[in-house]
Write a protein that binds this ligand. Structure first.
Ligand SMILES: Nc1ncnc2c1ncn2[C@@H]1O[C@H](COP(=O)(O)OP(=O)(O)OP(=O)(O)O)[C@@H](O)[C@H]1O
Ligand SMILES: [Mg+2]
Length: 300
């Protein structure tokens, strides 16, 4: 049977100044799943995440981690189950050196020096920061700090990894390395992954399932269904991946294959299928309505 890693039931939350950030949010994430949460700025993604490790506690206690009410879990259990990588790495790194930052969690878990050392080494290697042990966090670049913040969470070896905007400010190589690392942690170690991100071009590679959050859950489903619903996207200030829209444009030029790609890899696969199924050629043309149809997708 599937185990529920995270269950959020009817969660509402207002900040002290009265800002209503979440309203009746319901989410269920199974162990081993990779789930991405998308939504516009101010949608409540970060607020939701702060509930997942008990940083913010809802009075009704409606967050469950592996069936346990988070309000009733001891801190040492919480940090073993859920690791959150914050949106801003400056909120995660506060020690004089990278080593101390990445060792902080394991030391607090009461692990012996040898195990702490092993975990720091492994975590830094995973994010591509081997050899950075003695560096001063606030003297590192923003992208390096993002990676160090991830290492500081990986060293605790949590069962659930929650990432708030992990690809923001990363260079293209670091971004694809990160996507690979996240997928490996999920596949090889069975770690449940929850990600909030605006980077829709990377979304399909990182998600089995998507939630659209805008104070409350607006939609839930696979990436293809979410991005095919243009009214949903418009209503929530979202856009589909560039490659998905490009293929929609090709359709205006007469490309007639049903399936639209969400990533470059998929585009190559789908185009191959489309060309093979049409005896080796696809035909494009400009018709009377072609450009009107295109404007409907990209605007005039
Ligand atoms: N400490 C706070 N006090 C008052 N209001 C807050 C606080 N933190 C966040 N908010 C408000 O709560 C709402 C949700 O904010 P949140 O940071 O969760 O959004 P988000 O989806 O993470 O946005 P982004 O995509 O910009 O990261 C916003 O209206 C925000 O202004
Ligand atoms: Mg946020």
């Amino acid at each position: 049977m599937m185990k529920e890693a995270i269950s959020v039931k009817k969660l509402s939350y207002s900040y002290r100044d009265g800002t209503k950030a979440l309203e009746n949010v319901n989410i269920t994430i199974n162990e081993g799943e990779k789930v991405v949460i998308i939504g516009p700025n101010g949608a409540g993604k970060t607020t939701l995440f702060l509930h997942l490790n008990g940083t913010i506690e809802s009075p009704e206690n409606n967050v469950y981690i592996f069936g346990q009410n988070i309000g009733k879990m001891a801190t040492k259990d919480k940090i073993k189950e859920v690791g959150i990588v914050f949106q801003d790495p400056d909120n995660q790194l506060f020690m004089p050196t990278i080593f101390e930052d990445v060792a902080f969690g394991p030391i607090n878990m009461g692990l012996d020096a040898e195990e702490v050392e092993r975990r720091v080494k492994k975590a830094l290697a995973t994010v591509g920061l081997s050899g950075y042990e003695k560096r001063v966090p606030h003297h590192m670049s923003y992208g390096q700090k993002k990676k160090a913040a991830l290492a500081a969470v990986l060293s605790m070896e949590p069962k659930i990894l929650v990432l708030d905007e992990p690809t923001a400010n990363l260079d293209p190589k670091s971004r694809s390395d990160l996507i690979r690392v996240i997928n490996e942690l999920n596949k090889k170690e069975g770690i449940t992954i929850v990600i909030a991100m605006h980077d829709v071009n990377a979304l399909s590679e990182l998600s089995d399932r998507v939630y659209v959050l805008n104070k409350t859950i607006m939609a839930e489903g696979c990436a293809r269904d979410i991005f095919s619903d243009s009214r949903l996207l418009e209503k929530n200030n979202l856009v589909a991946p560039d490659i998905f829209n490009l293929f929609k444009i090709l359709k205006c030029f007469g490309y007639d294959y049903e399936e639209l790609p969400l990533s470059m890899n998929e585009a190559a696969e789908i185009l191959t299928k489309a060309i093979k199924s049409a005896n080796g050629h696809i035909h494009l043309h400009i018709g009377e309505h072609t450009h009107d149809d295109i404007y409907k997708i990209i605007g005039p």
